[in-house]
Design a binder for this molecule. Structure first.
Ligand code: SAH
Length: 536
């Protein structure tokens, strides 16, 4: 116990033990705490709220917290208030810790709250002498789950980043998926966070300081806060005048709803809960969304691989209403049939909507849409071009390009193929285009893949610049967070040098406004899109 006590901060022991003197012992009898003096002088350990499970008490795995005690007398006054039935606790304390203990009884509400910062809840009820005691005597009070973070973790929070990594967590009193009180040195309240017992991202901040209120009823308060943030996120999207019936309503961290995605597809919603705690809160989130938007159905696309890092299952579930096999949506004047159950991401690449519209202004002549998926760029730009070729390695995606092209009356030559091979083949054949779109998948899904990703981006950009007619437009994208904007610009520049082309940057773009970037959180800026012109 002593060792455990040493690791923790120093609560203001004087504040709570000393002042217990004046308390009314008769009142609040259930608010009982046990304070045990540790072996080291000048330290005290608060071991358990009375009512904590005595088995845990004797196993010594209860919350122990060290604090400076000026002298033993500081604990004396509380002794006078001890409950008549305090002996059982004494016995256990003596037997297993061989240290002196003090029962702090009759603690009024205000004092009790101070204790709550230091005391651990254990939900079972048993007497200290291992006989069952009455509920009244061993009243179990809910204690909030809490996590103490290191100085480095605090620094990250101060810099505005909502993630605390496992290495920066000093002490955990919480279960997987809890909303926890986050404390720093000297038990300072830093806020509340979503806790994961598996991910390297141990905490995702939900609220700072005392914004989530006091220690009680944290789950209900968290759900209320999440609902408020959903409302704000939805209202913001409504204000954007988005030219589409499908768009992102909630973009995780950037809407202060870490690890939560909500996309709208017409009358349907698709949600992703990418952490243990968001997953646990899904019922409340679904209820709030249902209430705020009255969708015809809500689907959980909880199949991203990121869920495995949280020890969560990859699954797809209808959470409310019905979800049809295909949902028809429109975007920038094009209609799509979307398979929200099986399509990539949540069905469409919604983050490219505004880039498609922007790129359309430059599109003309012969268009190549490389990595087309179901034809987003090909269809929007193709309306302005003489000939359109779309290439994707996925047969499913190409089948959808064909249906979507027919539905919208845009002629598209949709081909299943590997873009790397196809570009090489076209170069060999001396083909030329006036407009080329490169929208590959994230080549760098992690840091280890960055070097290879550079090679991949360089190759496709170099070939595209060679295939481009002078005066032509290249729309080139990267959605790898690990290749940042400057890196990507350098790669594209390198490609221009090798292609012996003078290339101007006409527009530097990013993901659409419904996927905003949170300053201080570079992870929320992942999609880069440059519109380039090859000078004649
Ligand atoms: N441009 C699309 C999104 C593209 S997502 C839009 O606006 O909606 C990336 C696409 O690249 C996926 O559809 C994937 O199937 C495809 N892909 C991945 N590797 C490929 C390769 N080597 N050759 C061709 N397509 C590839």
């Amino acid at each position: 116990m002593a060792a455990a006590g040493e690791r923790r901060g120093e609560p203001q022991h004087q504040d709570f033990v000393g002042e217990a003197e004046g308390d009314d012992a008769a009142a609040h009898r259930e608010n009982v705490g046990v304070v045990v003096l540790a072996r080291e002088p000048r330290r005290v350990e608060v071991v358990a709220e009375r009512g904590a499970d005595a088995r845990n008490f004797v196993r010594g795995d209860l919350f122990a917290l060290s604090a400076p005690a000026e002298h033993d007398a500081a604990l004396g006054p509380a002794l006078r208030d001890r409950a008549a039935d305090a002996d059982a606790d004494w016995r256990i304390v003596h037997r297993f810790f061989a240290v002196r203990a003090v029962i702090v009884d009759g603690v009024p509400e205000r004092r009790q709250r101070l204790f709550e910062m230091f005391l651990q809840r254990e939900a079972r009820v048993i007497g200290a002498n291992r006989d069952a005691h009455g509920q009244r005597l061993y009243y179990v009070r809910d204690m909030p789950p809490s996590v103490v973070i290191s100085a480095r973790g605090e620094e990250r929070l101060r810099d505005g980043h909502p993630w605390i990594y496992r290495a920066d967590v000093a002490d955990i009193r919480a279960h997987a998926g809890d909303v926890v009180l986050v404390r720093g040195a000297r038990a300072r309240h830093l806020g509340h966070a979503l806790y994961s017992d598996r991910s390297q991202i141990a905490l995702r901040m939900l609220a700072y300081g005392t914004a989530l209120g006091d220690v009680d009823d944290i789950d209900r308060r968290a759900d209320a806060l999440i609902r408020q943030r959903l409302e704000a996120a939805i209202a913001f999207r409504a204000s954007l005048g988005i030219d589409a019936t499908a768009y992102r309503l909630v973009h995780g961290e950037a809407d202060l709803l870490p690890s939560l995605i909500v996309d709208k597809y017409g009358d349907y919603l698709v949600v992703q809960a990418l952490s243990q705690a968001m997953d646990r809160r899904l019922p409340a989130i679904v209820a709030a969304l249902d209430d705020l938007l009255k969708p015809r159905g809500i689907l959980a696309r909880n199949d991203p691989r990121a869920r495995t890092l949280e020890g969560l299952e990859q699954r797809v579930d209808v959470l409310a209403g019905d979800i049809p096999d295909t949902v028809t949506v429109s975007e920038v004047g094009i209609e799509y049939d979307v398979d929200v159950r099986r399509g990539q991401k949540t069905g469409l690449f919604l983050d490219q909507r505004e880039n498609r519209a922007a790129a359309a202004q430059y599109a003309r002549g012969r268009l190549l849409d490389a990595f087309s998926y179901n034809g987003g760029f090909a269809l929007v730009l193709g309306r302005r071009c003489q000939e359109t070729i779309a290439i994707d390695v996925s047969e499913d995606a190409i089948a959808r390009v064909r249906t979507n092209a027919a539905r919208n009356g845009v002629a598209v030559d949709a081909r299943v193929g590997n873009v790397f091979d196809e570009l090489r083949g076209m170069e060999r054949l001396g083909e030329r285009f006036d407009t080329i779109v490169l929208d590959p998948p994230a080549f760098a899904k992690n840091k280890a893949a960055v070097a290879n990703a550079h090679v991949g981006y360089k190759e496709i950009n170099l070939r595209a610049m060679k295939l481009l007619n002078p005066g032509g437009t290249l729309v080139t994208c990267s959605c790898s967070y690990h290749v940042n904007e400057a890196d990507f610009a350098a790669i594209v520049y390198g490609a221009a040098i090798d292609a012996q082309a003078h290339v101007t940057v006409v527009e530097k773009r990013m993901q659409g406004r419904d996927h905003p970037v949170l300053l201080g959180v570079p992870e929320t800026y992942y999609l880069k899109c440059f519109i380039l012109r090859k000078l004649p």
